[in-house]
Design a protein around this ligand. Structure first.
Ligand SMILES: Nc1nc2c(ncn2[C@@H]2O[C@H](COP(=O)(O)OP(=O)(O)O)[C@@H](O)[C@H]2O)c(=O)[nH]1
Ligand SMILES: [Mg+2]
Length: 219
């Protein structure tokens, strides 16, 4: 097992979720040295103020998106093993110990917890286009365990890819990427990435960027 773990989440307008998230994670990890890091993109709803009270580390920065937030959080982590999670509890905290066990036993650089049923059409398409190269079927799941060295100091060149570029960076460093399948709880109604059409378009754009990246910088 790992000797400690940093849990990183990124937030934009999540004042209603961040407290419950931190409490749930801390309850699950109470037997293990850990910290919870929240990276907030200057949410106007007071998310940072809540995070500062409940999290071990809270960062407020300008709005740069989820991928950048994840990288900033991983780089701040004090433990060499980092779990990234969405704040909205769609990534069940009680799976974290099992993920850490599989991560350690499998000798992975990155382990991605993949949803057994991928909900968005655009994410299914990304899976078809990219899963063979990246070794995971749920490209945009940010429920992941990282060895910090697999991404830290990495340069994001593709803009917002909802965490996808972090897999390209890890792959380019020869880190072993693995997947773990899980059944997620029902999705929340109003995700921050946008409604059905907006979210699908943004995911399609991210997938195009990742394919371009694989043909150029990350070949
Ligand atoms: N820092 C930051 N976090 C974001 C941004 N957009 C989404 N997130 C976070 O990313 C996670 C997943 O977002 P969500 O909208 O639930 O995506 P979905 O689960 O794919 O529908 C949540 O923790 C969000 O708060 C952003 O622009 N900046
Ligand atoms: Mg969500």
């Amino acid at each position: 097992m790992v000797s400690g773990v940093s849990v990183v989440t990124t937030t934009y307008c999540e004042a209603g979720y961040v407290g419950g998230f931190v409490r749930a994670v801390k309850r699950v990890l109470k037997g293990l040295p850990h910290e919870v890091v929240v990276v907030d993109d200057s949410s106007p709803d007071g998310t940072y103020e809540v995070a500062r009270r409940v999290a071990d580390v809270a960062v407020r920065k300008r709005r740069e998106g989820q991928t950048k937030g994840l990288l900033v959080g991983i780089e701040l982590a004090r433990y060499p093993v980092v779990v990234t999670m969405d704040v909205d509890l769609e990534n069940p905290p009680n799976l974290v110990p099992e993920l850490l066990r599989v991560f350690t036993e499998g000798g992975y650089g990155v382990l991605v917890a993949c949803r057994a049923e991928i909900p968005r059409a655009s994410e299914k398409l990304a899976s078809i286009a990219l899963s063979r190269v990246l070794g995971v079927r749920d490209i945009y799941s940010n429920f992941r365990v990282y060895r910090k060295e697999c991404v830290e100091g990495g340069e994001l060149r593709l803009g917002e890819t909802f965490g996808g570029e972090l897999l390209l960076i890890a792959r380019s460093r020869g880190c072993r990427i693995g997947e773990y399948l899980y059944r997620p709880p029902p999705r929340r109604e109003r995700p921050r990435v946008g409604g059905r059409l907006t979210a699908n378009l943004r995911v399609l754009a991210a997938t195009a960027k990742l394919l371009y990246g694989l043909l150029t910088t990350y070949r």
